[in-house]
Design a protein around this ligand. Structure first.
Ligand SMILES: Nc1nc2c([nH]c(=O)n2[C@@H]2O[C@H](COP(=O)(O)OP(=O)(O)OP(=O)(O)O)[C@@H](O)[C@H]2O)c(=O)[nH]1
Ligand SMILES: [Mg+2]
Length: 126
């Protein structure tokens, strides 16, 4: 079974907002682009808006599909719909208590992301 996920690369100026996945989660201890599972019958962009409101307390106003990545971890397979989020209201924060950071795009390589995110980080560094 493939798990569909929507995740947002939240950008302001040349900085990207990332969050730390808690240890008890899949890929815990890795940094992530905030987001979560697409529910049954839901569109990825709707899931994105819902998840970013829940996890970061923002309302998405401008987003565009960026990359679709299929990845098989040893324990699960994911289909990640990454969106570039360039317009939002509210100030992104760790609404669920997660550690967060604004990172200059060129410095994303210093953070450990899940394996599936490697092409995303590479694209951001290019
Ligand atoms: N949000 C997010 N998930 C990612 C990224 N990269 C990546 O491989 N994933 C994987 O995608 C899956 C979805 O993640 P999630 O745990 O955020 O889902 P969720 O918010 O609905 O969480 P929940 O099930 O704990 O309520 C996880 O298996 C996670 O490891 C990423 O950049 N952002
Ligand atoms: Mg999540």
């Amino acid at each position: 079974m493939v798990i569909r996920v929507a995740a947002g690369i939240i950008m302001r100026d040349d900085q990207v907002f990332i969050a730390l996945r808690s240890q008890d989660k899949h890929q815990g201890g890795c940094w992530e682009f905030p987001g979560g599972k697409v529910e049954m019958g839901e569109e990825p962009d709707t899931a994105l808006a819902r998840e970013l409101a829940e996890e970061c307390g923002i309302a998405v106003q401008e987003s565009a599909p960026f990359k679709l990545i299929r990845h098989d971890y040893s324990d699960k397979s994911v289909e990640l719909h990454f969106f570039l989020v360039t317009g939002f209201s509210g100030e992104p924060h760790g609404k669920e208590g997660q550690e967060v950071a604004w990172v200059p795009r060129q410095e994303l390589g210093r953070y450990t992301f899940p394996e599936a995110n490697v092409p995303i980080v590479q694209a951001m560094l290019a």
